[in-house]
Design a protein around this ligand. Structure first.
Ligand code: 5GP
Length: 188
């Protein structure tokens, strides 16, 4: 019988560099699948439907909740995000490992529902670095940046529920560390 895939959850405060890191990992470990989330927030410039997220209206999001289409969903920074359940379960059953880039609330729900999930928390080197990364991004306005910084402090309280913590000082070093965690999990 085929071995079930492993679920890797990566969370970090917004601006922690998670998207770039996930992209690098997915390029290097081509056998890993990425779960594209559904969100009711508007696309940012450069984001594409079906690649970065599945962008839906609030009404469509409600319907998906009613139809139990999410493995988890959460409200983050005033918007809703959810992990499509069917893709997740089919991929795992097929024996393929999968990466979820989701927030701390979602990670805890996944841990509860999929006991074997491996949770990785990506930390910025400091709050100063996080603040400057968020400001540099310029895709969010000032109040949005402040909201995300406040939330980052709250999110740190969830660190204890994660299996691994990785400090993102240097992109390639962080990618290597996460790749080693994934490899170790797969061989254990
Ligand atoms: P952003 O709006 O910056 O793309 O994402 C905001 C936050 O939502 C990030 O922390 C991201 O990890 C989280 N997020 C993205 N997709 C999901 C999801 O499907 N579920 C949950 N719980 N969080 C998500």
């Amino acid at each position: 019988m085929k071995k079930r895939g492993i679920l890797f959850v990566i969370s970090s405060p917004s601006g922690g560099g998670k998207t770039t890191i996930c992209q690098e990992i997915l390029e290097e470990l081509s056998e890993l699948a990425y779960s594209i989330s559904v969100t009711s927030r508007r696309p940012r410039p450069g984001e594409r439907d079906g690649r970065d997220y599945f962008f839906v209206s609030e009404e469509e999001f409600d319907k998906k909740i009613e139809r139990d289409e999410f493995a988890e969903w959460a409200q983050v920074h005033g918007h809703r995000y959810g992990t499509p359940r069917q893709f997740l379960e089919e991929t795992l059953n097929y024996g393929r490992d999968i990466i979820l880039d989701i927030d701390v609330q979602g990670a805890l729900k996944i841990k509860e529902r999929y006991k074997e999930a491996c949770l990785i928390f990506l930390l910025p080197p400091s709050f100063e670095v996080l603040a400057s990364r968020l400001k540099r991004r310029r895709t969010d306005d000032k109040t949005e940046v402040e909201l995300r910084l406040r939330r980052a402090r709250e999110e740190l309280a969830f660190l204890k529920h994660y299996h691994h913590a990785v400090v993102n000082r240097d992109l390639s070093q962080t990618v290597e560390e996460i790749k080693s965690i994934i490899t170790a999990e797969k061989t254990s």
